[in-house]
Write a new protein. Structure first.
Length: 373
């Protein structure tokens, strides 16, 4: 049975070139980057060359990038240090953020008594910018935390517009860019954002490595103590092979961005057309969504909701109901709960997310699988 992977918003398969790059480093450049001998200097060179490569693609300075284990770690660190060290007294976020943001903000509220406000979400799934302006006009010492591409429904935030609004009101802007890095262009010198975060496994790189972008001039306190790695902000011997793999993955994503974006966009449109042809009552959750994420409400009965992923998996087809981080939960998606009526929440919604490795034949198999259900 051929296996079909349509859950690329959860994680992506590694590119062969990334595997080759990491294998090369693991075999030949195993030195500790903090060591002063030739083995250490070679590893350090790979580490800093990778940092410069990523910085060039993002349009920022290399010293503005801090390597972390993943974006969850990066967001936890940024938000916590903003409250503890930058004396942020209020965070504005939304109820459709990733739990890495929502749970961190909730913990900071409980631990430090900060004020938390949630910007309204429009029926389209977009952030209500007018309400954000209203919230920002109320008090100083504020940080805004909003994601660029929603990981469940794919709605897109205009980060330049939101960043300008934040800075006009003297607020810091933290943006979860996990679903967008490697899939869109950036020039961070021109975008009014103070922090972004990313995980390599979302753009065909390895798991266990990511980064935080911290705008020059903003001083955060260390995430981990013990050594001088990462400018003294994250102690611990760096995973050089992971960093090299991430840099290679982002380099390839950048090189192939236009062609792969066009291909995936065409594939998504084909999927929508086929779904609407065979299931005329289908609804798309969210409007103006990112090109590789499609979230659909299926016209199936409630009793089929629980078994739909199992039935598709038995046919070798991988999709999801929402974030992979909450796949074991029986609760409805917190994202869909903000935009769907209660009766629609009980029906099955599927997140189908694409990569350049997918084909129209994959979509045909998905349609056949759904027709069988």
């Amino acid at each position: 049975m051929k296996k079909i992977y349509l859950d690329n918003a959860a994680t992506t398969p590694l590119r062969h070139e990334v595997i080759a790059e990491m294998t090369q480093v693991l075999q030949n450049d195993f030195g500790n980057p903090s060591s002063t001998h030739s083995f250490g200097r070679s590893a350090k060179n790979i580490l800093e060359s990778s940092r410069k490569s990523i910085a060039k693609i993002l349009g920022c300075a290399a010293q503005e990038l801090i390597f972390t284990a993943n974006a969850t770690e990066a967001s936890n660190w940024i938000l916590t240090s903003a409250v503890k060290d930058l004396k942020i007294q209020r965070i504005i976020t939304s109820k459709i953020e990733h739990h890495a943001t929502l749970y961190t903000v909730k913990n900071l509220q409980q631990q430090y008594g900060i004020e938390v406000d949630y910007v309204k979400i429009l029926p389209s799934g977009a952030v209500d910018a007018t309400h954000l302006v209203d919230l920002l006009s109320k008090s100083p010492n504020t940080l805004v935390s909003l994601m660029q591409v929603n990981n469940e429904i794919g709605t897109v935030l205009d980060i330049e517009k939101i960043g300008r609004i934040c800075h006009q009101h003297h607020a810091l802007f933290h943006c979860d860019t996990v679903q967008a890095v490697g899939k869109t262009e950036y020039n961070l010198q021109d975008i009014p954002v103070d922090f972004i975060v990313a995980s390599a496994h979302k753009f065909h790189g390895p798991k266990g490595i990511g980064f935080a972008y911290v705008k020059k001039g903003i001083v955060l306190q260390p995430l981990l103590f013990g050594g001088e790695q990462e400018k003294g902000l994250r102690a611990g011997t760096e995973a050089v092979h992971q960093v090299a793999g991430m840099a290679k993955a982002l380099e390839l994503a950048s090189t192939n961005l236009e062609s792969e974006r066009n291909y995936i966009t065409e594939l998504k449109n084909y999927c929508i057309t086929e779904l609407q042809t065979h299931f005329p009552e289908i609804k798309i959750n969210g409007e103006v969504t990112f090109y590789n994420i499609l979230n659909v409400l299926l016209p199936f009965s409630e009793e089929k909701t629980a078994m739909i992923l199992f039935n598709l998996d038995m046919k070798g087809i991988a999709v999801s109901r929402g974030s992979a981080c909450q796949s074991g939960s029986v609760k409805p998606s917190h994202v869909l709960a903000e935009i769907l009526a209660e009766e629609d929440l009980k029906k099955p919604s599927l997140r189908i997310s694409f990569s350049h490795y997918n084909t129209k034949e994959d979509i045909d198999a998905l349609i056949d699988g759904l027709k069988g259900i």
